[in-house]
Design a protein around this ligand. Structure first.
Ligand code: CA
Length: 515
């Protein structure tokens, strides 16, 4: 049974739930999304806080090796008052595809955004359009990256392309607007301005507030340029991975801190778009550090260790600014009385390698870039301080937002609402997830697809026709593929059948191929 458009709505939804293992209880909620979520209250507001390339390892609600050095106190406020999703995963670990999956509730092969190279088809169905039709006020502010103009938003102000960290311009329906200052601060200012003064306060709102940070080239707020200067950050145990336990793809990527991180990434060159006053601050912070580095003439592992420290300090400085700005937003919700009727979700478009396997960047189905942060706060529904280990994906976000708003979920969306998990209804749930990556020139990561369960991960590098199997209970850092190990032969066959089933369910192509 494939998940084809044109099937009847009920049949498609029912079969999907059955085949994906979600089952009847979740189906009941989906077919009757209003249930008791809205009893005694008006329709909730939805605030989607989103960042770019923020790995769970650098979000203290998830623990991680920076928990005490670089805590994310304000993101943690969302988790402490709500739910932490411990197994949230991306369907395709790269920027534009993740954003398109979130907007459409469909895998990349159906929404058309299979990589960063395509232009998003804004004429298709998206959850903001459906909320807008349901009389929600919708706004999008910050990073967009999908090339076409946003659709489905009453208000939008977005960065052109990747956007600049310092003194960014923004695209609006009325043309380009230039700002002076730091990106994460400005995105927040614009978001707060819309919340306070620009929306119709008689309607519920849905705002997507989307930060550029901590994306490459990891440029911090000027006030944070010396944060962590006197600290040596902990390294991951596999910073010097030699990839001996895996196939070709791990060995041939171009995303190693040792060899692929450039002088701009490492701040050995100054940014080009600073004002003279900003440049003076930047130079005062970095030039002494860069001078000491040049004088040290580091080589080999010592040089890699220096690059790792420089990279991670800048990355964590960028995270700090996102966190501080999320604090400003949460404070406003509290002070304005909006908090109790506003669902706040925090996520990032994928995970990222923070030196694990010696890497930066994303794309692989290996855990660090496959896993994404997901925190949700909904005072009237979610119990505070809870967590779930159910397998969820960014494929589920659109359905969740619609369910929260009491809007019918279209039958051709491929994810499921997370509201039953938020309500602690313990619904039967899916046991496996499907992943696809189409391969692009950047960072030379081979095209692959795969299936993951709570314990195992089977990856097929499709152009290489190489398979890898990981037993994450015994090998949490995915250092040794067990694909050729005869003890795992039965598991391999079982997961191959599951991969085939998921591909049929999602109407996936034979293999991920760029157009
Ligand atoms: Ca990204």
């Amino acid at each position: 049974m494939s998940f084809k458009r044109g099937m009847t709505m009920d049949c498609t939804r029912r079969d999907f739930l059955k085949m994906s293992g979600v089952g009847l209880a979740a189906g009941m909620v989906l077919s009757n999304p209003k249930m008791d979520v809205h009893v005694g209250s008006k329709r909730p507001n939805i605030l989607f806080l989103f960042s770019d390339d923020h790995a769970c390892e650098a979000l203290s609600a998830y623990g991680g090796r920076f928990k005490h050095i670089a805590p994310t106190a304000n993101m943690d406020r969302i988790a402490e008052a709500g739910m932490r999703f411990d197994r949230a995963y991306v369907t395709n670990s790269i920027c534009c595809p993740s954003r398109a999956v979130i907007l459409t509730g469909k895998h990349s092969h159906l929404n058309g955004q299979v990589g960063n190279g395509q232009t998003f088809d804004g004429s298709q169905q998206t959850f903001p359009k459906l909320l807008q039709q349901a009389d929600y006020q919708t706004a999008l502010i910050g990073k967009w990256h999908l090339k076409s103009d946003p659709t489905g938003f009453d208000y939008w102000e977005v960065l052109p392309g990747q956007g600049k960290y310092y003194n960014p311009s923004f695209l609006t329906p009325n043309g380009e607007v230039q700002y002076t200052g730091y990106n994460s601060d400005i995105v927040t200012d614009l978001g707060l301005s819309w919340l306070k003064d620009k929306r119709d306060k008689d309607k519920p709102f849905m705002m997507m507030l989307q930060y550029k940070a901590p994306h490459r080239r990891f440029e911090p707020n000027l006030k944070h340029l010396t944060l962590f200067d006197d600290i040596t950050l902990p390294e991951p145990g596999n910073l010097f991975d030699d990839y001996s336990g895996r196939g070709t793809a791990a060995k041939t990527q171009a995303m190693e801190i040792a060899t692929h991180m450039n002088d701009n990434d490492l701040k050995l060159n100054p940014p080009t778009n600073l004002t003279p006053e900003q440049a003076a601050v930047w130079n005062a912070a970095y030039e002494p550090k860069n001078e000491a580095f040049r004088n040290a003439n580091l080589e080999g592992d010592d040089l890699v260790r220096w690059k790792y420290q420089r990279y991670m300090k800048d990355y964590l400085r960028c995270v700090r600014s996102v966190d501080e700005n999320i604090g400003r937003v949460l404070d406003y919700l509290d002070d304005s009385g909006l908090s109790k009727d506003t669902v706040v979700m925090y996520s990032s478009d994928q995970g990222f390698y923070l030196g694990e396997h010696g890497w930066f960047d994303k794309r692989f189905m290996y855990e660090e870039s496959y896993k994404m942060p997901l925190l949700a706060r909904w005072p009237r529904v979610i119990k505070s301080g809870t967590s779930t280990s159910k397998l969820v994906q960014n494929l589920d976000f659109a359905e969740t937002f619609l369910d929260i708003a009491g809007v019918k979920i279209p039958s051709d969306m491929q994810g499921v609402s997370l509201v039953p998990l938020m309500k602690d209804e313990r619904p039967p749930w899916r046991k496996s997830l499907y992943y696809q990556y189409y391969g692009e020139n950047g960072h030379s990561v081979e095209a692959h697809e795969g299936v993951s369960t709570d314990r195992y991960k089977l990856i097929h590098f499709t152009d290489l026709d190489e398979w890898e199997l990981y037993d994450r209970q015994n090998d949490p850092y995915e250092m040794n593929s067990e694909y050729e190990n005869p003890e795992y032969a039965g598991k391999v066959q079982q997961l191959k059948r599951e991969l085939t089933r998921l591909k049929q369910l999602y109407d996936a192509p034979e293999k991920p191929v760029l157009p």
